[in-house]
Design a protein around this ligand. Sequence first.
Ligand SMILES: Nc1ncnc2c1ncn2[C@@H]1O[C@H](COP(=O)(O)OP(=O)(O)OP(=O)(O)O)[C@@H](O)[C@H]1O
Length: 271
Amino acid sequence: MSPTTATPTTGHAPVRDDAPVLRLDDLRVARADDDHELVHGVSLALRPGETLGIVGESGSGKSLTLRAVMDILPPTLRATGTVERTGRAAMIFQEPATALNPTMRVGDLVAGTWRRHHPGTSRRDARRATVELLDSVGIDRAAERVRAWPHELSGGMRQRVVIAAALSVDPDVLLCDEPTTALDVRVQAQILDLLRALVTERGTAMAFVSHDLAVVASVCERIAVMRLGDVVESGTTRAVLADPQHPYTRELLAANLARRLATREVEEVSR
Ligand SMILES: Nc1ncnc2c1ncn2[C@@H]1O[C@H](COP(=O)(O)OP(=O)(O)OP(=O)(O)O)[C@@H](O)[C@H]1O
């Protein structure tokens, strides 16, 4: 796309049941100063309730793609192409410790987000909604925990709070950027279970970014493989895993298998 193309058109198309809640058409991200392109024309569509995993090694352009969708690219970068969203989007980042304001009690944080998206409601309504949201993401004793500070919670609990804050906007599409990478394997599995349950129960669409093919495959029905700013392969998770077409996808699969085998060996040795 030529550098003169306008900024992405973020439109609100009429909502149809099967219409995509998110559609990217030839999305490109480039450095503003020298037009060096980092994402080279991503096109994809996400319908209500669909889950799409975007997988690729570090630097392949996954985060920039999600940031362009949310319109939160750094000012030194600019996006061109089409980003069309028909509903609300919320994003969950990798590191729950930095996503939460350390000077705010977790309940105030979730309540603040909820009230911004439910204007004209009372503090009492916000408090009630906050307890329900914290409860729905598996935080027990939610009515007490609203008064906790982020540092008083474990990494997994903090990520649950971040997810509750994201859900407070009642999103049609949830954008997850390596949401479990900072967590240990056991907690990672719990958060993946939670995300799976939430998208199933709420019918929320989800784009889930990870460098880990196995993680993406465990939550998403479709996969797009990114490499050096390009989507090199996409399809149903089953098809991509069973019959990868691109050499890079095969490399990712092999690396994943090797890592899993190595981990199992380590686990077996330590038993
Ligand atoms: N603010 C920026 N200015 C210039 N280049 C950037 C900027 N942010 C990211 N990049 C570059 O853009 C490319 C894609 O980055 P991106 O963060 O999207 O990768 P990623 O696939 O999400 O990997 P990671 O998981 O490591 O973030 C990388 O080469 C990165 O160095």
